[in-house]
Ligand binder design. Structure first.
Ligand code: DX5
Ligand code: ZN
Length: 221
């Protein structure tokens, strides 16, 4: 089945004390899914939230597709709690993981889709042997840890290589993506677009989300 354009706002730079309302607003404005950034203060030098918060959000928002972007040292540890919290796609960084195949299987067995994420310094070939186990590959376009950083266009060869070799794979980009950088991502073959500050801070979120989706769609055959 051909891939589809999907826009998943990152709520990292939203008002987290008002997460349910901020999330609902993004969904009402046309978001296809929510990208929830989980940081453990260890894999990345920042701390956000964990499964209790995701579960509370799920209680308020019953049907939306939730992705958790697990920027954590030990992703194995949070599989069960995140599945229980109602997560649909569990995207974890492969860098600190010894047995990526095993963790991927555990995610699947817990009833979630598998996302494999790589930092800017990680070669996409390092995860080549695991791609068949993945539903999504996330190519980071900033160093993970903070919202509002500048997009790294030099990550696009990874996206191009993935699209060339895996025409039906969901390829996600995250970090500094917005109206100014979407063309570059779309042209390279990304179809799942995470956008934080560019969407959350927009005066017309719906307009930005539509614009991002239209550009991606225009490059999908
Ligand atoms: C960075 C996070 C991103 C980030 C995106 O570590 O993984 O999801 O919040 O935000 P922007 O779009 O502002 O770079
Ligand atoms: Zn993220």
């Amino acid at each position: 089945m051909p891939v589809q354009a999907k826009i998943g706002p990152s709520i990292l730079n939203a008002d987290l004390s008002n997460l349910a309302n901020e999330s609902q607003k993004l969904l009402d404005n046309g978001a296809d899914y929510l990208h929830l950034d989980v940081m453990d203060g260890n894999f990345v030098p920042n701390l956000t939230f964990g499964h209790p918060m995701v579960k509370s959000l799920r209680n308020k928002i019953k049907t939306a597709f939730f992705e958790t972007h697990m920027m954590v040292q030990n992703p194995e540890q949070w599989i069960e709690p995140m599945a229980d919290a109602g997560v649909n796609l569990y995207t974890f960084h492969t860098e600190p993981v010894d047995d990526v195949a095993k963790v991927s299987r555990q995610v699947q067995e817990a009833g979630m889709k598998v996302g494999l994420a790589i930092k800017p310094g990680t070669d996409v070939k390092d995860i080549e042997k695991y791609i068949d186990l993945a539903d999504v590959v996330l190519v980071m376009t900033v160093e993970p840890g903070f919202g509002g950083q500048s997009f790294m266009a030099d990550m696009m060869p990874k996206v191009e290589w993935l699209r060339e070799n895996y025409p039906n794979l969901d390829i996600e980009v995250d970090g500094g993506v917005g109206p100014k950088t979407i063309e570059c991502c779309a042209k390279s073959g990304a179809n799942m677009i995470v956008s934080g500050t560019a969407v959350v801070g927009a005066s017309d979120q719906g307009q930005v989300i539509r614009q991002l989706r239209d550009v991606v769609q225009s490059y999908l055959k």
